[in-house]
Design a protein around this ligand. Structure first.
Ligand code: ZN
Ligand code: ZN
Length: 94
């Protein structure tokens, strides 16, 4: 009998990225068949992808398919107006 692998891989890990739909925290897990899934802790959207950008704001594209330049980053200056741990903001696109 081989051990079941399905139980050990259900752990989710927080990423430093936020959902492009609801700005909830993006979490990641690896499936038993080694696919990587990214999901939102709040709205539950879940997609397979190579990076957090599958679900998070970093993957937002313009209508022409180009990178919209939005990037998630940790919020160093949390305040009552912006209490979020991770925020998304416009970044320079090179
Ligand atoms: Zn969400
Ligand atoms: Zn991101």
């Amino acid at each position: 009998m081989s051990e079941s692998k399905t139980d050990a891989v259900m752990a989710y890990y927080f990423t430093d990225h936020i959902c492009r739909v609801c700005f909830g925290r993006v979490m990641t897990r690896v499936t038993f068949d080694r696919r990587r899934l990214y999901c939102c802790a709040d709205c539950g959207v879940e997609l397979e992808g190579k990076s957090e950008a599958a679900v998070c704001c970093c993957g937002i594209k313009l209508k022409n398919g180009r990178d919209a330049g939005i990037r998630c980053r940790s919020n160093d200056e949390r305040s009552p107006e912006s209490p979020f741990v991770i925020i998304a903001e416009q970044a320079e696109v090179s």
